[in-house]
Design a protein around this ligand. Structure first.
Ligand code: ATP
Length: 368
């Protein structure tokens, strides 16, 4: 996939514009606070309907305006396509090839992978951060998972409501519980399958780019115990069993204590959990390897190259490591959008960002 151009209106500090991108490395450089991240955020938001900086879309609207919008023209292996998101403080509208669509129909069309400074929380942060991240990743290439997860989350809310209101003797509750178990097991099974696939690629990428003396893996830490070799029926049975055992406690608490919302994803480096043992440098390298592995997963599942977005590359790696990563990305024929406060010392198409304006082809001397 390749983004050909983006148009934005009233997006953060960006001056309304149309920017054309190039197939390989696109570098957006400029001083701090000029709009580099805002441009990358606009691309990400246009592709996914979400921001990597905020959960409130109103924060992305230029101060003082009532509505904003982004439009992307991109090409996949078949044809050119467009995606548009229009939003205001109360709703978002999605368009695919100029036709209004639901979010379900919109999500996953244009695949993007991001690497931003805040990504380190994928290791250091809480399990819910990892669940949200991996759920999004799996859903990006697997629309069945997107639906299963949506159904499960709906059922979880309903089940919690019944538990809270002590209505578990009602007939409907039994029906909901059966569905809850069915979708819960589906979510767990698909997550496990994804983890098993990506873990192998993750280790290869980590060893190739960062440290071939170490072994890195990702494991799915399921609240049901070791489910690695289980069929979906066995997972369902185990979940049912677990619910039966915790039911009295669930009624007391008024919410579900079982289900995939209790699970976690663990990064294991040389046999130890990275969260508590890996160095800062190792954590950054693990996350970068994860992002490269996501690219490989998209290629594998969708037969399309995703677009890679890297915000502020200079803040992660020293120049040696940066050069080896960028050289590697160039060889892989992936479109990359990178922001930096200076020259990267590698062949790239350069854009200068100043005061919300993006200008193509200007020299690095302006940045000094
Ligand atoms: N909703 C908004 N409307 C207008 N301006 C905004 C809005 N949100 C943020 N800004 C401003 O936009 C400017 C650009 O921010 P951005 O994060 O894109 O900068 P940057 O070039 O990536 O900087 P850095 O190199 O420091 O990360 C900042 O000065 C910020 O205060």
């Amino acid at each position: 996939m390749e983004i050909l151009e983006i148009n934005y209106i009233n997006f953060r500090n960006l001056i309304d514009n149309n920017v054309k991108f190039f197939p390989k490395l696109n570098l957006f450089f400029g001083k701090n606070g000029q709009g580099k991240t805002s441009l990358l955020e606009a691309v990400y938001f246009n592709a996914t309907g979400k921001s990597f900086r905020t959960t409130k879309s109103t924060e992305m609207m230029k101060y003082g305006v009532k509505r904003a919008g982004v439009y992307i023209l991109y090409r996949d292996s078949i044809s050119e396509k467009t995606l548009t998101v229009k939003f205001n403080d109360s709703k978002k509208e999605y368009y695919y090839n100029s036709k209004k669509v639901t979010y379900d129909e919109f999500y996953g069309k244009l695949n993007v992978v991001t690497y931003i400074p805040e990504d380190i929380v994928l290791i250091t942060g809480s399990p819910s951060i990892r669940r949200t991240f991996f759920d999004g990743e799996i859903a990006q290439t697997n629309s069945e998972y997107f639906q299963d997860l949506k159904n499960y989350n709906k059922l979880l809310k309903i089940r919690n409501k019944y538990l809270k209101e002590q209505r578990t003797k009602e007939i409907e509750y039994q029906v909901y519980e059966e569905e809850f178990v069915k979708y819960g097991a589906k979510v767990i099974e698909k997550r496990l399958e994804y983890v098993q696939k990506i873990s192998i690629i993750l280790n290869l990428n980590y060893r190739k780019l960062f440290d071939n003396e170490k072994e890195l893996s990702l494991s799915y830490d399921c609240h049901l115990g070791n489910i690695k070799k289980m069929s979906i029926k066995e997972i369902e049975e185990l979940l049912k069993e677990k619910i039966k055992k915790s039911f009295n406690q669930e009624k007391r608490y008024g919410f579900s204590l079982c289900g995939p919302q209790k699970d976690d994803f663990l990064f294991i480096l040389n046999g130890h959990e990275a969260k508590s043992t890996a160095s800062q440098g190792e954590k950054k390298s693990i996350i970068f390897s994860l992002k490269l592995s996501e690219i490989d997963m998209v290629i594998r599942e969708k037969k399309e190259n995703p677009v890679l977005i890297i915000d502020d590359i200079s803040s992660y790696f020293d120049s040696n490591r940066k050069n080896s990563i960028l050289g590697y990305l160039r060889k892989r024929n992936i479109q990359v959008l990178i922001s930096s406060t200076g020259d990267l010392g590698i062949e790239s198409e350069n854009f200068y960002v100043e005061g919300g304006e993006i200008r193509y082809g200007t020299g690095f001397e302006q940045c000094k």
